[in-house]
Design a protein around this ligand. Sequence first.
Ligand SMILES: [Zn+2]
Length: 254
Amino acid sequence: MPLYSTEAVVIRTRDYRESDRIVTFFTRDFGKISGIARSARRSTKRFSGSLDLFCHVMVQFFEKRSQNLVRVEGCDLLAHFHHIRQDVRKMAHMSYLVELILLMAPEREKQAELFDLLLQVQGVFNTGPYSSQKALFFEMRFLALLGYAPHLNNCLSCGAGIESGRSFGFHPERGGLLCSRCAIDRNELVGVSLGTLKLLEAHRLLGGEKAGRLVFSPLALNELQRLLRALVIHKLGRKPRSMGFMEQFMGTDR
Ligand SMILES: [Zn+2]
């Protein structure tokens, strides 16, 4: 049984039997992995707070043949992200992003880019004030890396671009826009204004730091939020638990 070691973030943890814990890690090298940490609740020395939710850790584990769960042998804390825990909106948003990984990322498939993004979000949330704009754009990047990037610059059916002057709506099932001429049932569409679409396109084209300087109005943020959440609900066939929790705490302050 080889001992593996990898960087990871704790994305779920629950008590098991009398003194154990079952922990799900999102690891840099192996993707999503669940393991059992024996006596984690009895011996504070061995894991010393490193199995708390959102912790950035270095985890060592054994793979057990014929078992889904790995055996967590050791776990060293790299960062705890205390400040995320002190702001309920940050906690709510982190819980949502982590639930997207739990529900949408395949088991044991390396996704280093998504791992880096998760750490980046934690760093930003931990050091700065909560920003719903930043949080929403992180959410969109998460969805893109999970394979669900929304298509937002032209009509999926006829190809008309947002500069064509037509009005558009977002179709969650198709994951993109339909123009007013192509939409058969407007009830299926999530409303999104041309102004918001143009801002999103400018954001996409600018990229990086410059894009971060664009300021989105509360209306634009609200529209972006509605279409991203509709997309997730459609892909999962249900509302993730943390989405409801998050909605209670989502303001439009930046
Ligand atoms: Zn069209």
